[in-house]
Design a protein around this ligand. Sequence first.
Ligand code: ASP
Length: 345
Amino acid sequence: MSLSRREFLERSAAISAAGFMPRLPDAWPVAAEPVPAGFRGRPCVVSSSNGIRGVKVAYDKIVAGEDPLDAAIAGVNIQELDPNDQSVGLGGLPNEEGVVQLDASCMHGPTRRAGAVGCIEGIATPSLVAKAVMDYTDHVMLVGEGATRFAKAMGFKEQNLLTEKSRQDWMRWKSRLNANDAWLDHNDDIKIKFTTGTINMNAVTASGDLGSVTTTSGMAWKVPGRIGDSPIVGAGQYCDNTVGAAGSTGRGEANIKTCASFLIVEFMRQGMAPQAACLKALERVVAMTEARLMGPGGRPKFDLEFYALAKNGDFGGATLYSGGKFAVCDERGARLEPAAFLYQR
Ligand code: ASP
């Protein structure tokens, strides 16, 4: 189904008039799959640990009857709009040139649709732009300048995402890169490391409808134009309404090569529990790791975290190294759960 240019512009104008965060009604409803007879599920939301506030917001929304993807996106918006979360949206750490470039993707289980944006600049909520790609275009993924222009046409507000804290961290990192360059090293103890961070959130309703979303500023100090796993459908997140949803945080380059979110959902389709599926996918990641990234004992030098949610509300999470946690909200409330792991830290 296509949208005429006139209809598109009319919709854009209406959305723009609505203000900062466009309301995104279904552009063209696609028939949702019927729920299997006798299906009994439990509403549940699972996310990376930084989603501890968001899982509660998303859970309350699905229990109130809202769509699982809209609920999950509302959950991650909290981090995207928080200037103190330097891993995503406003305040995210920039690339090596000091520019904040964001990635996000989402999937809507009931209608089997997906949307994504990569390397988008100046828009704090790329998760909502990913959903707008899904709702308003015939495409799945927009990147770079085109993604930013699309977001502005859809009424998203452009703003400077580089907070003063993130700018200072970037300058510290830059000045310490090379002792012989023309930048004088900061004479302080503040450690600036090569860091990652992201939020993934997955939601399932009592009737088994699923939604998943991942949004990030990616690796700090990355090469401009770098896209991680978060905006790649099947890597950063994946959702199949007949089985479940999965998502990832951590070293995106390792995840992209295994399409692990897709793999986890496929393992669950074969009958594995969510946690076992996450661990099995981590084994595949290790098997696919190149020699330069292997440390002592044949263990990867990076970390990667997976989160999974089954259609019936079962959930699990696993990381390469011990000590990880993930956020959950179900009838027992919002909490952090320990993640399973492959290696003791
Ligand atoms: N997965 C993200 C990326 O590689 C980063 C992260 O989760 O920390 O862009």
